[in-house]
Design a protein around this ligand. Structure first.
Ligand SMILES: *[C@@H]1O[C@H](CO)[C@@H](O)[C@H](O)[C@H]1NC(C)=O
Ligand SMILES: *[C@@H]1O[C@H](CO)[C@@H](O)[C@H](O)[C@H]1NC(C)=O
Ligand SMILES: *[C@@H]1O[C@H](CO)[C@@H](O)[C@H](O)[C@H]1NC(C)=O
Ligand SMILES: *[C@@H]1O[C@H](CO)[C@@H](O)[C@H](O)[C@H]1NC(C)=O
Ligand SMILES: *[C@@H]1O[C@H](CO)[C@@H](O)[C@H](O)[C@H]1NC(C)=O
Ligand SMILES: *[C@@H]1O[C@H](CO)[C@@H](O)[C@H](O)[C@H]1NC(C)=O
Length: 549
């Protein structure tokens, strides 16, 4: 470990630099104003997810060329109608960045089948019906920033600017901006008004009339925004408007390159850590695996100690008493149990019952339990043929990593050295899964709550192998999308392409979380969450664009 090319301090310095607040870019205005999720659930999640992913992809192509996109995929209750638009003062390249941000956040509404997201630079909405002509609705709202109160002179200017922009926009393709100086100061009030391009001039006017009435309710505060069904209006004391009118020429190309470089740097940081470990441990792994895999498989297949009696486990967990419940995993509920000889175990009671194919299940358990590594949670066995399917794991007293890194007080137990050890341990465990000769195992669900900690706070990956067993069909995309979206590789989300790289991406997200203590994905209830990846990307982007200017 001593000769590591990327020392822990180096990793931390890189990340802290990327996250430092002074390197802000501002132009694409990717700050999220609000995510509004509908309250109807999808009808059939596999159909819905496919349609949703197709809509996002189709709109993505349109955004690059026109800053606006609409798509319809599917029919019936799980049809997806999508609309996205950047406000007209964004350049096309900034628009691409803004859309990319929305795309990572809107899926948080799943499994609800509709949602809207307002960023400061762009808007998107998805529903299962056509909403092109809608411009008003019950959830229309104003969002005021109530930190600074402004003088009556500013308020007068803000009123004037709102009136100017709102009256100009309907006859100007739905977009207008205004700046009105505040008398006897060097300040101004800045306003942007934008209707969605699907609206007629009269619908746009009606939407903006309503918006101007509600936004004035934000005065005397320094900042106000209106999030209407058909339009967006903002006033501010700061000049948030982009000075350059939209163009997608050479500047776009340079930025495109910078963005690619920025993503490459991110991938490199993550790749270097994993690569280093693959390289460092390959020789050792190979030597160990040499001890006849076939022999080992035969041995484990006949090792009946893997099979636990249902009654034994029932007893160990006091009939699955609530008090023994450790948590809820992706595939079932986990209970603590104590065997008669005093050994502590964790018993996972699977949602899915494999009774009808106990033989296959037993085989899978054999294979998974044959994968042994200090950074993988050991599967001790199963109750494969009892009334329900149970898996038996080693018991880890410290539970999972998410309980530490996202908790300011418990997080103190993990100093940088421990965190580094956890990162490395997780990487080693992943390499073991990916290079496993019996069955290459792609985890598919690497995230903080799937990294358990032993008594000495060493990382052990949990739940591996299960995805392969239980999710042979395509529905894994929709299952995974529900809980773990923030960790999923874009190509996996978009196309369901599954390779080891998907785990490496998730590992990268985890790495950022361990270092920053910030969580990448939040529940959809959270009013707004800025994705950790996009913060890091835009910092990298900002740093690199300085080199180009
Ligand atoms: C969802 O649709 C798929 C494809 O048509 C179908 O195979 C599956 O049974 C449906 N699921 C439910 C729960 O209706
Ligand atoms: C987007 O969808 C439209 C039909 O709604 C189709 O004509 C177009 O080819 C699609 N574009 C892409 C890039 O998939
Ligand atoms: C939209 O989805 C909801 C919930 O699944 C369903 O009740 C409704 O009929 C769907 N709307 C359309 C137009 O299909
Ligand atoms: C500003 O709004 C927040 C949230 O609505 C509220 O908690 C806070 O008290 C308000 N502050 C002032 C000065 O009105
Ligand atoms: C406005 O004037 C004040 C003092 O006269 C100055 O401190 C401030 O920097 C000025 N602001 C701008 C935006 O020029
Ligand atoms: C704007 O429209 C919404 C929804 O139709 C309505 O509830 C609200 O009262 C209107 N606001 C104003 C200021 O007209």
């Amino acid at each position: 470990m001593k000769e590591s090319i990327l020392s822990p301090t180096a990793i931390i310095i890189i990340l802290v630099t990327l996250l430092s607040p002074d390197a802000s870019l501002g132009e694409p205005r990717t700050q999220i104003v609000r995510l509004m999720c509908g309250n109807q659930r999808e009808h059939n999640s596999s159909i819905f997810v496919m349609n949703f992913v197709d809509v996002m992809e189709n709109i993505s192509v349109q955004m690059r060329t026109s800053g606006f996109g609409r798509a319809v995929v599917g029919s019936g209750p799980d049809a997806n109608y999508g609309l996205a638009q950047c406000y007209d003062d964004l350049s096309l390249s900034d628009c691409v960045l803004c859309y990319a941000e929305m795309r990572t956040i809107l899926p948080q509404c799943f499994p609800n089948n509709g949602g809207r997201i307002f960023l400061d630079g762009c808007f998107m909405r998805v529903q299962n019906y056509s909403f092109d002509q809608e411009y008003a609705g019950p959830i229309d709202t104003a969002v005021c920033d109530n930190r600074t109160q402004k003088s009556s002179a500013f308020q007068n200017s803000a009123r004037q600017a709102v009136v100017q922009a709102v009256s100009a926009a309907p006859n100007n393709n739905g977009f207008a901006r205004a700046q009105v100086p505040v008398s006897r100061t060097n300040e101004s009030a800045y306003v942007l008004a934008n209707c969605w391009r699907t609206l007629s001039a009269s619908s746009c006017r009606a939407c903006l009339q309503n918006a101007s009435a509600s936004i004035l309710g934000c005065l005397p505060w320094s900042e106000g925004r209106v999030l209407n069904t058909g339009c967006f209006v903002r006033y501010s004391e700061t000049n948030f408007l982009n000075p350059i009118p939209r163009n997608g020429s050479s500047r776009g190309k340079v930025i495109g390159i910078v963005v690619s470089v920025a993503s490459a740097v991110l991938v490199l940081i993550v790749g270097a850590v994993i690569g280093f470990y693959i390289w460092n441990h390959k020789t050792i792994e190979k030597k160990r695996k040499g001890s006849s895999d076939a022999e080992k498989l035969v041995r484990t297949l006949h090792d009946s100690s893997l099979n636990f009696k249902y009654s034994t486990l029932e007893k160990a967990t006091a009939s699955f008493d609530e008090a023994n419940k450790l948590g809820q995993g992706g595939f079932g509920t986990v209970y603590k149990g104590v065997l008669q000889d005093g050994r502590e175990i964790a018993v996972k009671r699977l949602f899915y019952n494999n009774k009808h194919r106990a033989g296959d299940f037993y085989n899978e358990v054999n294979i998974i339990s044959s994968v042994e590594h200090k950074n993988l949670v050991r599967l001790l066995g199963c109750s494969c043929s009892g009334p329900e399917s149970l898996l038996v794991y080693e018991f880890l007293p410290n539970k999972s990593l998410d309980l530490f890194i996202f908790d300011p007080s418990k997080g103190k137990a993990l100093n940088w050295e421990k965190r580094y050890e956890i990162i490395i341990g997780t990487a080693e465990g992943l390499v073991c899964l990916h290079e496993n000769t019996n069955t290459r195992i792609i985890h598919r669900d690497i995230k903080a709550s799937n990294i358990l900690l032993d008594s000495r706070l060493r990382a052990k990956i949990a739940d591996f192998g299960l995805a392969r067993t239980f999710q042979a069909d395509k529905s894994h995309i929709s299952t995974a999308i529900a809980g773990t979206l923030g960790y999923m590789a874009p190509e996996y989300l978009a196309h369901g392409q599954l390779t080891e790289k998907a785990d490496v991406y998730s590992f990268g997200v985890l790495l950022l979380e361990i270092v920053t203590g910030r969580q990448n994905n939040r529940s959809k209830e959270a009013e707004y969450s800025e994705s950790l990846i996009s913060i890091v990307s835009s910092k990298v982007f900002a740093i690199l664009s300085n080199f180009f200017s």
